[in-house]
Design a protein around this ligand. Structure first.
Ligand SMILES: Nc1ncnc2c1ncn2[C@@H]1O[C@H](COP(=O)(O)OP(=O)(O)OP(=O)(O)O)[C@@H](O)[C@H]1O
Ligand SMILES: [Mg+2]
Length: 330
């Protein structure tokens, strides 16, 4: 049974989110009116070509936006609070306690001068302030073992550079899980890894999701990876959410021409293979010079004149199943 995406009480409700950055060519409109729910306990895949705004969406939730931010509108609702209206310090306090992140480059997130154990002990402070160092160390060893670090009790005294890239990504996953976050954001967690290791990390995420209560936002170029792991999918194109819904519906019966084009680009049946999305004719628009109307129209083989008149709204395509697409032709 597939549950609808739009459950009545999502963990995070993103409403009409617009983000622009100041550039020498004028404001870059990187996200426009994005509305999306991240349901409790769901794995939500966020897909789209490079530059579509995936990482910016994650940065808006965690308020790690760059200094040249020139517009931040809309709402991001979490536990009755609008994160965009909260002081930055309040959102910073949620990072590392309620929100955890795994990035493409795990070395960037681990501190090279501290032993892995020290870092895994420290990050438990927010969640378990009263636990002894010894207890936290024991939890860290258990978690490292769980994510597949052999001989964890000894290796926990090593420094990050003493681990391979795949092992460092496992450590980052352990770090994220030790926080017991409500929301885990994984931004291209396997892109920097070679295909064998990538497969192992995908299998690990697949296995761990069963013991994890929180919501996962999985950002990926790979529709195969997303269809393998995710309950729901959201498709971004040039800062606009063009389609969203249960993964089986969006990837099994895509309605937006962009989603269809993305799927057509996916190579082969191997579900965890990385896709090259560059085979859709034309380029994504420059965010400082977006076309009028539907942002995909200039590349869409089915576009008609009225597609260029107004930005299409995201409309349900299957009643209340949560599947919606922003296309005049749907
Ligand atoms: N600080 C900034 N100033 C100006 N433009 C920016 C800034 N940060 C990002 N952008 C632009 O915003 C758009 C979205 O970037 P973002 O990193 O969110 O895309 P993405 O979907 O995560 O891409 P990728 O798949 O390559 O990681 C891109 O056009 C990018 O060039
Ligand atoms: Mg990105």
């Amino acid at each position: 049974m597939t549950r609808p995406t739009q459950d009545a009480d999502p963990l995070i409700a993103i409403r009409d989110l617009s983000v622009s950055f100041a550039t020498s060519a004028g404001p870059a409109e990187v996200l426009r009116n994005v509305t999306l729910d991240l349901g409790r306990g769901r794995i939500v895949g966020l897909v789209g070509e490079s530059g579509s705004g995936k990482s910016t969406l994650a940065s808006a939730i965690t308020r790690l936006l760059p200094a040249n931010l020139s517009r931040l509108d809309g709402g991001i609702l979490y536990e009755g609070r609008d994160l965009l209206a909260e002081p930055e310090a309040a959102v910073a306090a949620l990072r590392g306690s309620r929100f955890a992140m795994i990035f493409q480059d795990p070395m960037g997130a681990l501190n090279p001068v501290f032993r892995v154990g020290t870092q895994l002990v420290d990050l438990q402070r927010a969640k378990a302030p009263k636990a002894s160092r010894r207890d936290r160390m024991a939890r860290a060893v258990a978690m490292l073992t769980r994510v597949g670090i052999p001989d964890a009790a000894r290796r926990i005294r090593d420094y990050p550079h003493q681990f391979s890239g795949g092992m460092r990504q496992r450590i980052m996953i352990a770090a994220a899980l030790l926080c017991e976050p409500d929301l885990l954001i994984a931004d291209e967690p396997t892109t920097a890894l070679d295909p064998t290791i990538e497969g192992q990390i995908v299998a690990l995420i697949d296995e761990l999701r069963h013991g994890f209560q929180g919501t996962i936002l999985l950002i990926s170029h790979s529709l195969g990876l997303v269809s393998h792991l995710c309950d729901d999918v959201a498709v971004l194109y040039a800062g606009a959410l063009v389609e969203r819904g249960p993964a089986a519906a969006v990837l099994g019966a895509p309605r937006h021409p962009y989603t269809r084009a993305l799927l057509a680009c996916e190579i082969g049946a191997d579900v965890v293979r990385r896709a090259t999305l560059a085979t859709i004719p034309g380029d994504a628009p420059d965010p400082t010079r977006l076309p009028p109307g539907c942002v995909f129209a200039p590349r869409c083989s089915q576009a008609i004149d009225s597609c260029r008149d107004a930005v299409p709204e995201l409309r349900p395509v299957d009643g209340d199943g949560g599947h919606a697409a922003a296309c005049l032709l749907v």
